[in-house]
Write a protein that binds this ligand. Structure first.
Ligand SMILES: CC(C)(COP(=O)(O)OP(=O)(O)OC[C@H]1O[C@@H](n2cnc3c(N)ncnc32)[C@H](O)[C@@H]1OP(=O)(O)O)[C@@H](O)C(=O)NCCC(=O)NCCS
Length: 137
């Protein structure tokens, strides 16, 4: 993939912002990379729900060319170790659209338990409605 100078500048600014958020403990973005090729494979987001409990929210994206190979599951498991061991979490929540079967499979493989189902809480780009599922660990 080739980047123009403007893209590089924007990427650098974004990484600086994410780093500042990490240092301030506002939220934690992590990149996952293939150990062999060193290519970017997935991104994990960890948000703060409540420092008193403490509770965090997790979200994830697979790089399109690396979907369906287990990278996200492995990255989420590593992120969960960071959340429970380093951030001392008591709870982690994960919200996903009920129709997002790939995401739900990642959640369930990582040990999340479904706690709530919100009906018709989401309007899809095509105008149809679908629900969201809340998982907890
Ligand atoms: C949701 C999303 C992250 C799931 O990505 P994914 O690539 O399916 O997840 P993984 O990398 O863990 O891959 C798991 C799949 O790889 C397969 N796999 C292949 N080789 C594997 C290996 N060596 N080890 C483990 N799993 C392997 C698994 O069987 C599984 O397939 P299945 O779901 O059909 O059973 C991805 O579809 C995505 O980015 N969607 C858009 C963003 C989104 O919806 N995010 C969720 C919001 S929280």
């Amino acid at each position: 993939m080739s980047f123009c100078r403007q893209d590089r500048g924007r990427s650098r600014d974004l990484v600086r912002e994410l780093h500042a958020d990490w240092v301030a403990r506002n939220c934690f973005f992590m990149g996952a990379f293939d150990k062999e090729t060193r290519q970017f494979v997935a991104q994990i987001y960890v948000g703060v729900v409540n420092w008193d409990l403490p509770e965090f929210a997790i979200g994830y994206f697979a790089d399109k060319d690396h979907e369906g190979q287990g990278f996200v599951t492995e990255a989420v498991q590593a992120a969960l170790r960071f959340i429970f061991e380093h951030l001392r979490a008591h709870r982690v929540r994960l919200e996903t659209n009920e129709t997002n079967t790939r995401s739900r499979r990642v959640a369930e493989r990582c040990g999340f338990v479904q706690e709530e189902q919100l009906r018709e809480s989401h309007r899809n780009p095509d105008g149809t409605l679908s629900g969201d599922v809340l998982y907890g660990l």
